[in-house]
Every structure is written in structure tokens, then in C-alpha cells.
Design a binder for this molecule. Structure first.
Ligand code: PRP
Length: 204
């Protein structure tokens, strides 16, 4: 087991509380439900950060909707910043042709991820394609992207919690927080070898 620091040891401040998040997500759900009244919808979550937001958001969407997931990665370390190119590592399970699609993201930062995903999905000819993001780090934008539903505009600070990770942990926290990076220690992986699998026992 990795040794993972308690977040309270490096928490600088809570930026958005659980109550604020849940109230805004309910509003977004109502707005989406109004806009798509009489239609149905496919919510697409880009793994992994958006998963917590999407599962809460969908509870407030009253029009019939299905969900699907996709995963992407940037081309090589740091490549996203310089080139903005992303690679699809897990595709959707459903066809989006002729459907109302709503992309659900936890955060839009430079905008490269959503911009590339939009280009990719447009080629599949959905009936409509919109973007819903919980957080908009607007000051960091490098490429213009349409945002139809936005939870909160946040300052240019590193944030974690509620789907957003630090070295893959802390996504489960109910709030969005800012870390004190001087106090943060990355998880220490346990160096002890894995337990060997016991050999299969022969049937008597
Ligand atoms: C985050 C977030 C967006 C992307 C936004 O994902 O979920 O997909 O970064 O950044 P951009 O606007 O600069 O492209 P991340 O790569 O951290 O992966 P994760 O969702 O698995 O945590």
C-alpha cells in the first residue's frame, strides 16, 4: 500500500465548499433539464476527473439521458502544453451520430483537451454537441473553447478534490481545495515485493 498523506497536513484553503458545489450543481442540472426539455441526451465524461461531477450532476437532470465515458492522454510528457495534441486511449461504447451530446468536464484550463475532443466528436455527426464544466480556470486559456454550462470561474491556482487529483489521490474529497505545495509530500509507494501468487492446487 502506498503511504498517502492526510490532506489536512497540506490544505491551504477550501476554495469551494461541499454546500456551494452541490447548490450550483443542482442549478446546472435544472438549466440543462430546461434546455433539453422534450429531448433526450447523452452525457459524456472524460475520465477521470469529471466522474465525480457527472454522477452528481445527472441526479439533477430530469430529461432521459444515457452516460458514456472516454479517456485521452497527451502526446508525451508536456506535449499538451506545446502542441495541444491529445490521443484517444479509450473510446465511447455508444454511437453519438444524431444524438444530443453534452461533454462533462471537471476543469477547463488551457482548453486543449476539450478543443481536441470536440474536433474528434464533431466528425461523428452528433445532432448537437455542448460542453459543461464544473470549473473554468479562464485566466489560463490558450485556445478558445465554447462553454455552455459553467459551474465556477476559478483563479489560476492549483486545485484538488471533488474529482481532481494530486498524484491520483484525493479525488474523493467533497470540496475543491488549494494545497500548500511546500507541505505536500507525494505518495510513497511501498517497495516490498508483491505477495507471490500461490500455485494452483491440483484437484483431489
Ligand atoms: C484535466 C481535466 C481536463 C484537462 C483540462 O485532466 O480533467 O481533462 O485536465 O486541461 P486543459 O484545458 O489544459 O486541456 P487530467 O489530464 O488532469 O486527467 P484526469 O482527469 O485523469 O485527472
Amino acid at each position: 500500500m502506498a503511504k498517502v498523506q492526510d490532506y489536512r497536513e497540506f490544505l491551504k484553503k477550501v476554495l469551494i465548499t461541499e454546500e456551494e458545489l452541490q447548490a450550483r450543481i443542482a442549478e446546472l442540472g435544472e438549466e440543462i433539464s430546461r434546455d433539453y426539455e422534450g429531448q433526450d441526451l447523452l452525457l459524456i465524461c472524460i475520465l477521470r476527473g469529471g466522474v465525480v461531477f457527472m454522477t452528481d450532476l445527472m441526479k439533477h437532470i430530469t430529461v432521459p439521458h444515457a452516460i458514456d465515458f472516454m479517456a485521452i492522454s497527451s502526446y508525451g510528457a508536456g506535449a499538451r502544453q506545446s502542441t495541444g495534441r491529445v490521443r484517444l486511449t479509450m473510446d465511447l461504447q455508444t454511437s453519438i451520430t444524431g444524438k444530443n451530446v453534452l461533454l462533462v468536464e471537471d476543469i477547463i484550463d488551457s482548453g486543449y483537451t476539450i478543443s481536441e475532443v470536440l474536433k474528434l466528436l464533431e466528425m461523428r455527426r452528433p445532432k448537437s454537441l455542448k460542453v459543461c464544466t464544473l470549473l473554468d480556470k479562464a485566466g489560463r486559456r490558450e485556445v478558445e473553447v465554447p462553454i455552455h454550462y459553467r459551474g465556477f470561474v476559478i483563479p489560476n491556482e492549483f486545485v484538488f478534490g471533488y474529482g481532481l487529483d494530486m498524484d491520483e489521490y484525493y479525488r474523493n474529497l467533497q470540496f475543491i481545495a488549494v494545497p500548500d505545495l511546500e507541505k505536500y509530500r507525494p505518495p510513497e509507494e511501498d517497495e516490498s515485493p508483491e505477495e507471490p501468487l500461490s500455485p494452483p492446487t491440483e484437484a483431489e
